[in-house]
Design a protein around this ligand. Structure first.
Ligand code: ZN
Length: 323
């Protein structure tokens, strides 16, 4: 289905390249890094005030601004930019974006602030983890400290007209991961706390690279389930209904992977063997395997970096060495 097919009737005569309007308050912007559709999303939320959720990487700031233009919202009308966490694909564009939004503040978890203000270390760790993908996403530019607001658990970003985002701390994927709850549509913006949703296959795949914390991730998922959301607005990628079931399915998959990996480590199996066990016990369909293999970014490995995240975590908490 074409992106333009999703636009509401009021906008259906406008040809959009990046946006689709999801409901009265929310637009999706497909950031299309290097032209890849359905991979990285930003969202625009409109009450009386306006917020953007996720900047995406520096590479796609131009696309985000083009998407914003398609919504009819002016740059100077944006009040808030909020990021779920500071990884390069979610917040890498913050320092580049803010000069284009003269009235916007950036909201970020307190543990992320100094890294976005002085991003040198964050850039080095992005290069270490992602290599040439980080180069492609583009180097962080510093965010001016005076434009940052530190989030607090439970705070509500009130956009007026009954629209607002409630800040929920949902660590696990990152220790400073946030989700945002939007009560009008009972929707949650989970960042990477709820995995990667491959909408083409209606499947949720793990995103658990190091440093990953399994128990925190599971209790964060539990917390989101208790909010009884109807919608998930995935950063990777897009809106999905049946939110509670998707969160439960993801929690079950993380639990299964945890059991397989811990068992393997206790049996002193090596990394490669444990990766094979995951593929045996939680196989991808051949169609999905093909899709991932041919995908510039996803092909960096769905299984290996994620298994690594579990193993480093178990090593830390149980002291089990691995090979
Ligand atoms: Zn991500």
């Amino acid at each position: 289905m074409l992106i333009t097919d999703f636009c509401c009737s009021a906008y259906s005569n406008v040809k959009t390249m990046y946006t689709k309007r999801l409901n009265d308050f929310v637009w999706l912007i497909d950031l299309k890094p290097r032209g890849f559709e359905n991979l990285s999303a930003s969202y625009v939320i409109k009450g009386k005030k306006i917020a953007i959720v996720e900047t995406g990487p520096r590479l796609t700031v131009e696309n985000l601004l083009a998407g914003l233009k398609e919504t009819g919202i002016k740059r100077k009308e944006v009040d808030y930019v909020v990021v779920t966490h500071i990884h390069i694909d979610h917040a890498g564009g913050a320092g580049t974006l803010l000069p284009h939004l003269p009235n916007a503040c950036l909201l970020v978890h307190e543990r992320g602030v100094r890294h976005l203000v002085s991003p040198e270390k964050l850039w080095i760790s992005s290069l270490q983890v992602l290599g040439h993908i980080a180069e492609m996403y583009g180097e962080f530019q510093p965010v001016p400290k005076e434009r940052v607001i530190t989030t607090k658990e439970g705070m509500v970003i009130d956009l007026g007209e009954g629209v607002g985002l409630k800040v929920l701390e949902t660590p696990g994927h990152a220790s400073h991961e946030l989700s945002f709850y939007e009560k009008n549509n009972q929707g949650v913006f989970p960042g990477d706390a709820a995995g990667i949703y491959l909408n083409k296959f209606n499947v949720i795949i793990p995103t658990t690279p190091p440093p990953f914390h399994l128990e925190m991730a599971l209790s964060s998922l539990n917390r989101l389930i208790k909010m009884k959301p109807r919608w998930l607005y995935y950063s990777h990628f897009g809106p999905a209904d049946d939110a509670i079931k998707k969160l439960e399915t993801y929690a079950a998959r993380l639990t299964l992977w945890g059991e397989i990996i811990l068992e393997g480590m206790k049996d002193a199996e090596d990394f490669e063997t444990i990766c094979e066990r995951i593929s045996e016990k939680d196989p991808l369909t051949p169609e999905m395997e093909d899709y991932i293999k041919n995908h510039l970014i996803l092909s960096r490995g769905i299984v290996k970096p994620n298994v690594q995240g579990f193993m480093e975590h178990f090593q830390k908490i149980y002291g089990i060495e691995y090979f």
